[in-house]
Design a protein around this ligand. Structure first.
Ligand SMILES: C[S@@+](CC[C@H](N)C(=O)[O-])C[C@H]1O[C@@H](n2cnc3c(N)ncnc32)[C@H](O)[C@@H]1O
Length: 314
C-alpha cells in the first residue's frame, strides 16, 4: 500500500488525506450505526415513484440497486479488471467480484480506516492512494467512481484551476481504460445556486468536508468532452433527500451509542449535517448526478499533471 500522506498533488488541488480523514476516520463503528450493512456512504437508488413518507427505509436494497446501476452503466459484467476511485469501505469491490463476475477489482481511497476495513484477496485490492498518483500496470475494462468527485477540487480554486483538475481526472481515467471502456460517475453538483457568490455554507466547507467543493454539471461535461461520450444520465435529487432522511433517522435512533462513541458535539454536528444536506437537495441548491461515459477512440493521451495550485496548505 502506498502512503499518500505527503501527496503534494492532492494538497495542491483537492482534499488532502488529512482532510479526508477528518471526515471518514471518525470511526467505522460510528458509521455502522446509521449506514446500511455494507457501509455504502453515498446516495442510494430507490424504486420510483418516491413518496414523501420515509417509512419505507429499505436502505440496504436501495444501496445495492445503486451499485447495480453503476456496474451495468460501466459495462462491468464479467470484466477482468475494474477500478473503483474512492472505494469507501469496499462495498462496491465486494459487489463487483461477488455478484457481477468481475475477476479483479481495485479500490483507491485516501482514508486509512477505510483501506484497513477492506480485506484484500485474490480478487480485491485496495490502495491508500490518490487517483492522481495511480499508475496501473495493466489497463482496466471499466471504472466506477461514486461520491468521490466532490473531493477532487478544493474550495479555493478559481474556475480555470478547477476545470484543469476535472479535465485531469478524465484524462487519467481515459488513459487507464481499454479502448471503448466505460467510466460510471456519481457526484453531487450545484443546481439552482451560483457558487461564484461564495460557498453555500462554511459549515460544510470547514466543519464537514474541508478542502472539498461541488462541481456544476457543465464543468463535468466540458472536462469529459475530449475524452468521453456521455452514454447515460440521471439526476436524482429526491433519492439523496431520501437517503439522508433514512441516515438521519437511523443515527437519531442510535443517539446514545453514537454519543458514547464520538461525543455529543460530533453527534450533533452529524445530525445537523444530515438535516442541512436534506434541505439543500429539497430546495435544489444541489442535485445528484449519475453519469456514464464511454471512452472515445480519439481520446487524447493524459499529459503531465497540472501545475500545483499556489494556495497554501491548511
Ligand atoms: C463519500 S465516500 C464514498 C465511498 C464509496 N464510493 C461509497 O459510495 O460508499 C468518498 C470516497 O472518496 C475517496 N477519495 C476522495 N478523494 C480521493 C482521491 N483524491 N483519491 C482517491 N480517493 C479519494 C475517499 O477516501 C472516500 O473513500
Amino acid at each position: 500500500m502506498s502512503d499518500p500522506s505527503d501527496a503534494g498533488s492532492a494538497a495542491a488541488t483537492g482534499a488532502t488525506p488529512r482532510a479526508i480523514e477528518h471526515h471518514y476516520d471518525v470511526g467505522r463503528e460510528f458509521y455502522r450505526l446509521w449506514l446500511d450493512t455494507e457501509m455504502v456512504y453515498s446516495c442510494a437508488l430507490w424504486d420510483e415513484p418516491l413518496t414523501d413518507d420515509p417509512v419505507d427505509d429499505a436502505l440496504e436494497s436501495a444501496q445495492q440497486a445503486k451499485l447495480a446501476w453503476h456496474a451495468t452503466a460501466a459495462d462491468a459484467d464479467d470484466a477482468s479488471r475494474v477500478l473503483d476511485v474512492g472505494c469507501g469501505w469496499g462495498a462496491n469491490l465486494r459487489y463487483l467480484t461477488g455478484a457481477r463476475g468481475v475477476a479483479h477489482a481495485t479500490g483507491l481511497t485516501l482514508s486509512s480506516d477505510q483501506a484497513a476495513a477492506v480485506t484484500p484477496s485474490e480478487s480485491i485490492a485496495v490502495r491508500l492512494e490518490d487517483w492522481r498518483d495511480h499508475r496501473p500496470s495493466e489497463p482496466y475494462d471499466a471504472i466506477i467512481s461514486i461520491g468521490a468527485f466532490e473531493h477532487f477540487a478544493r474550495q479555493d480554486l478559481d474556475d480555470a484551476a478547477r476545470q484543469q483538475v476535472y479535465a485531469h481526472f478524465f484524462a487519467m481515467s481515459a488513459g487507464w481504460l481499454k479502448p471503448g471502456g466505460r467510466l460510471s460517475l456519481q457526484s453531487i453538483a450545484y443546481e439552482d445556486f451560483d457558487p461564484s457568490s461564495g460557498p453555500v455554507s462554511s459549515f460544510f466547507t470547514e466543519d464537514i468536508f474541508p478542502e472539498s467543493s461541488l462541481p456544476r454539471l457543465g464543468q463535468i461535461i466540458t472536462a469529459a468532452e475530449p475524452f468521453f461520450r456521455l452514454v447515460a444520465y440521471r439526476s436524482d435529487a429526491t433519492h439523496y433527500e431520501r437517503t439522508l432522511h433514512v441516515w438521519q433517522r437511523r443515527l437519531e435512533a442510535h443517539s446514545e451509542a453514537a454519543i458514547a462513541l464520538v461525543g455529543r458535539s460530533t453527534y450533533r454536528r452529524y445530525v445537523r449535517y444530515l438535516r442541512v444536506s436534506r434541505a439543500m437537495f429539497d430546495r435544489r441548491v444541489c442535485t445528484l448526478y449519475r453519469l456514464a461515459f464511454e471512452r472515445r477512440p480519439t481520446a487524447p493521451k493524459a499529459e503531465t499533471p497540472p501545475p500545483e495550485h499556489p494556495s497554501k496548505e491548511p
